[in-house]
Design a protein around this ligand. Structure first.
Ligand code: AMP
Length: 493
């Protein structure tokens, strides 16, 4: 059970939020919101820097019956204009420093109330909350009522608002607490952003339900994480966390002795990172798979084999199947196709996009994830890439992950991305964008000749391009659309 005097969040600046504070402060925030006329179902849009107070705002919103709508801190005023226009929130909370540049955007979108919240517990929302009652009767909400809207990162077309219900969030948190064995003794290193499902729901809801503690860092900082490890029991990170920490001189079994669990998700973890981490620390990283629309779908087991390059088994209560992307029929066991999922974790649809929603659900309730993958004979799910990243060359399908993992296995290669770019003969040409390891002088020719005997000819890259870094978003995902754009004229003479 949650102990009122216990710490829920310890911020990097030393500020502590206990479970008693969670109760009192979220009540004060809920009182402010209700006082502004926020009613069940109203949206409260939020673009603020990471802080414990921002988490209390999330909880205050839900207690007031509103839908919490966090926005990436990198969004520009022009982008915010789209989100406010689309979501029509009653309240918009922004950083005090951004107030002046966002006031006209909020007014243009007819947002009734613009408040501010800073990282030092400052801003107009904090001031009003200080004066509000610490008691609040939660607005009653049913399991299917809206708790949050999270806009998908959307690398193509407009960002879509995924509507998440109370039951979507609660059921997933319950499952993860059990599956990953979180208890009130756990202390989580939290260096993720909190406008995304990973840092917001996977981390926060799980630790809140378990009654554990989170150590908040504003962003990925290898030194700070290494300093916190002796006090922590687990960490949730994107793959970049692990590659960054592997480069840290202090990472060794002694440094991670107090840790029981390292979790990775949001982007594929290289099998090599998994192996190196195990060799350096003795811990097998637990990789899981989820998305904004579905919360968490699959996870490697707590006990049992955590298999590198797989995302594990469907979580309890979640069904997963592999279908033919064109016609939707189920694929034979072990074959690659579209990953579809169904369960209490799966969202209610896209905000004000009924056609888009209908197009992405099957009549029997399965959600078409857009990820391609397979389920092996032991039941482990493998992801081979997004459907839109599939390369079709001379009429053949090339799954990027298959070629990437061959190239990544070559000595001298750090990582790679396979993309399809327009090709006059083949439609698309398989193209490898490769980052060499420090000091390596591996060539295009040697890469192609190494994998030649291992992959069918049509899967071999027509060109290999060397770069210093792959472009990534904040969640560690390689931005293949950026690469495709950059190299779109590669095969045009
Ligand atoms: P987002 O909605 O931003 O969380 O992105 C969800 C997408 O991230 C999924 O549809 C997958 O393409 C990708 N993803 C999440 N976890 C993994 C993982 N463990 N391995 C590979 N891809 C992942």
């Amino acid at each position: 059970m949650r102990e009122p005097s216990k710490t829920f969040i310890e911020n990097h600046d030393g500020r502590i939020v206990t479970f008693a504070d969670v109760e009192a402060r979220s009540a004060q925030i809920a009182n402010v919101l209700s006082g502004l006329g926020v009613e069940p179902g109203d949206r409260v849009a939020v673009q603020v820097e990471k802080s414990p107070e921002a988490i209390l705002l999330y909880l205050g919103c839900v207690r007031a019956g509103a839908a919490f709508l966090p926005l990436n801190t990198a969004y520009t005023p022009a982008e915010i204009e789209y989100f406010l226009g689309d979501a029509e929130p009653r309240v918009f909370v922004c950083d005090p420093a951004d107030r002046d540049k966002l006031a006209s955007v909020a007014a243009g979108a007819k947002v009734a109330h613009l408040l501010t919240l800073g990282v030092k517990r400052d801003g107009t929302l904090a001031e009003q909350a200080d004066k509000a009652s610490v008691v609040f009767n939660n607005v009653a909400r049913g399991p299917d009522d809206l708790a949050a809207i999270l806009y998908t990162s959307g690398t193509t077309g407009r960002s879509k608002g995924a509507m998440l219900s109370h039951e979507n969030l609660a059921s997933n948190a319950r499952t993860l607490v059990d599956y990953w064995r979180y208890t009130s003794k756990d202390v989580l290193i939290h260096a993720l952003p909190i406008y995304h499902t990973h840092g917001l729901f996977v981390a926060t809801n799980t630790l809140l339900l378990a009654g554990g503690t989170m150590l908040f860092l504003p962003k990925l900082d290898g030194d700070a994480i290494m300093r916190l490890m002796p006090r922590a029991t687990s960490m949730m990170g994107v793959p970049t966390f692990y590659t960054r920490l592997l480069a840290h001189r202090d990472l060794n079994p002694g440094a991670t002795r107090h840790m029981r669990l390292f979790i990775s998700g949001s982007a594929p973890l290289l099998a090599e990172t998994h192996r190196e981490w195990r060799a350096r620390t003795g811990h097998a990283i637990l990789e899981r798979y989820g998305m904004t629309e579905t919360n968490m779908n699959t996870s490697n087991p707590y006990d049992g084999d955590r298999v590198a390059g797989t995302v594990g088994f469907p979580l309890p209560g979640v069904s997963a199947r592999i279908t033919d992307p064109e016609i939707g029929t189920e694929m034979p066991q072990g074959e690659i196709g579209m990953i579809e999922v169904r369960g209490p974790n799966v969202f209610k649809g896209y905000w004000r996009m009924p056609e888009k929603t209908a197009a992405e659900f099957r009549p029997d309730g399965f959600f078409i994830t857009g990820d391609l993958g397979k389920i092996d004979d032991r039941g482990y799910v493998h992801i081979v890439g997004r459907n839109k990243d599939l390369v079709i060359t001379g009429g053949f399908n090339v799954y990027p992950a298959e070629v990437e993992s061959e190239i990544d296995g070559i000595t001298g290669v750090m990582e790679s991305a396979i993309i399809g770019v327009p090709h006059p003969d083949f439609g698309e040409g398989v193209t490898a964008v490769v980052v060499r390891k420090k000091g390596s002088d591996i060539t295009e020719k040697s890469i192609v000749s190494t994998i030649e005997g291992r992959l069918a000819k049509f899967k071999l890259p027509k060109r290999v391009i060397f770069v210093d870094d792959l472009p990534r978003n904040t969640m560690g995902k390689v931005q293949k659309n950026v690469l495709r754009d950059q190299y779109r004229d590669l095969y045009r003479s």
